[in-house]
Write a protein that binds this ligand. Structure first.
Ligand code: GLN
Length: 491
């Protein structure tokens, strides 16, 4: 029998259906892989026992011909999703002992469709970061290494554990959340596929909130098809999240392999930023050529407000975060550090419970929302956000179906290498991804090549609202041309 962890999700689904192996065997193979890969620090909680129980239940349902679309498929869950009876921390000390009495809608949908939970995955604290280094559980190690080097690299963030686990074949897919790039950037850094759906496509209910007007859940997998399969199960209307949209969930998988002939692909000139490495530029051009060869038409487009996106994001996101994180006060749930009176208890709890990056965001957010500064910063950032959205709308109104850009300005960097003295150095990682959240659009990251040191690089496809299908069709063309990327196992 082939190693069950080398299968794609679609292949595993086929093997289970054909009874080539059981869900329990598939799950056991992945549990073994997870245990062997502790050096990557991708999982913050392994739930092997629950996984075996879920796999056995899936086997029974498969035997009765009742298996759902994900019956017996082992997945990892970002620790931002509340899982009933299973510790959920957002990788923050302030939630270190939090066991939710409820299940997030997205994960509930996955379990309903038969998926198996292997455990909870590491992420930047409260999803604030681009390298997974702000996690209270310590950094995740990227399964990729530079050629001839054993330096530890970051997997990107904030969904770094999700990306590393999928890339290292510890699970067949994983959930992530994306507020400014947290699915697409780690997908690019680890050579896998990641989709941030349109705002409102997946329910945010039961996901620890960072910036509610930007947050969106989405899947990670090793192929475009697998990503499409997962999104179909995750997406859908939820009465418990008023921003979730009531429209039918298409069969995303059917879009994989569809012709892209005649599609108009915009190449935004403003994404050609100063100092962009030549290999990123080359990859971007190559991606365009592949789409052209498959029948798409490339057109240069302009998104003139792109340069304001990052500064505006770093006002809007912290503002919303400062409000969302006010609930961690030591009274209702999570950690509590006593004090002489209630004020001191709040102060002690929040000072000890939050890490430095989260504290920084709360302070920035509180500042930009305070009287006298609100108009100058927050309101202005909101106006800029409208202009960014309008840029995209004008582009789509002219018949552009999707936009092609690099996913990140570089390949994965070393642990401890960036952002130590200057946080902006880290924030610059999101330069190509934040615009998509600001405009609420869907974005897909697809691996497309390698840099000079053998590290994977990704391209990003940005779509019209609710046209995830178009992105899956286009993404598969890039995948077919570029091939798949697997790190050499060293762990
Ligand atoms: N890196 C960005 C930030 O730190 C985005 C994070 C995210 O998408 N959750 O805010």
């Amino acid at each position: 029998m082939t190693d069950l962890t080398s299968l794609s999700l679609a292949e595993a689904r086929q093997g289970l259906k054909a009874k080539a192996f059981t869900a329990l065997e598939l799950t056991d193979a992945h549990i073994f892989a997870v245990e062997k890969a502790r050096a990557l620090n991708a999982f913050v909680l392994e739930t092997a026992e629950e996984a075996r129980m879920m796999a056995q239940a899936a086997d029974l349902r498969i035997a009765r011909g009742e298996g759902g679309p994900l019956a017996g498929i082992p997945l990892g869950i970002k620790d931002l999703f509340a899982t009933k009876g299973v510790r959920t921390t957002a990788c923050s000390r302030i939630l270190e002992n939090f066991v939710p009495p409820y299940e997030s809608t997205v994960t509930a949908r996955l379990w309903h469709d038969g998926a198996v939970m292997l455990g909870k995955l590491n992420n930047d604290e409260f999803a604030m970061g681009s390298s997974n280094e702000t996690s209270a559980f310590g950094p995740v190690v990227n399964p990729w290494r530079r050629e001839g080097s054993d330096a530890k690299l970051v997997p990107g963030g904030s969904s770094g554990g999700s990306a590393a686990a999928v890339a290292a074949h510890l699970c067949l897919g994983a959930t992530g959340t994306d507020t400014g790039g947290s699915i697409r950037q780690p997908a690019a850094f680890t050579g896998i596929v990641g989709m941030k759906p349109t705002y409102g496509r997946c329910s945010r209910w039961g996901i620890v909130a960072f910036a509610s007007s930007l947050d969106q859940a989405g899947p990670f997998a090793r192929t475009v098809r697998d990503t499409a399969i997962l999104l179909r199960s995750m997406a859908g209307h939820d009465a418990k999240d008023t921003t979730s949209v009531d429209r039918p969930v298409p069969d995303y998988e059917a879009a994989v392999g569809q012709s892209i002939k005649g599609m108009k692909i915009g190449i935004p000139k403003e994404y050609r930023i100063d100092g962009m490495p030549a290999e990123i530029e080359r990859l971007w051009r190559q991606g365009g050529e592949w789409l052209k060869a498959a029948g798409a038409e490339l057109v240069e487009v302009s998104l003139p407000h792109t340069k304001y996106a990052l500064p505006a994001y770093y006002i809007v996101a912290p503002a919303e975060a400062s409000s969302n994180l006010a609930r961690y006060d030591g009274v209702r749930y999570g950690a509590r550090v006593p004090g002489r009176d209630i004020i001191e208890m709040y102060e002690n709890t929040r000072a000890r419970g939050f890490g430095p990056e989260v504290r920084r965001r709360i302070m920035i957010g509180t500042y930009v929302l305070s009287a006298g500064y609100y108009d100058a910063y927050y309101l202005r950032a909101q106006k800029v956000r409208t202009l960014i959205k309008r840029d995209f709308e004008e582009c789509f109104a002219r018949g552009v179906n999707a936009i092609l850009t690099p996913a990140t300005p570089s390949a994965a960097f070393g642990i401890g290498e960036k952002g130590g003295a200057d946080p902006i150095e880290m924030y610059l990682n999101d330069i190509f991804t934040v615009t998509v959240n600001m405009a609420g659009l869907p974005g897909l990251a697809v691996p497309a090549g390698k840099d000079g040191q053998g590290l994977p690089l990704g391209l990003q496809l940005i779509g019209r609202p609710f046209d995830e299908e178009g992105l899956f069709s286009l993404g598969e063309v890039i995948e077919q041309a570029a091939g798949r990327f697997t790190p050499a196992q060293w762990w």
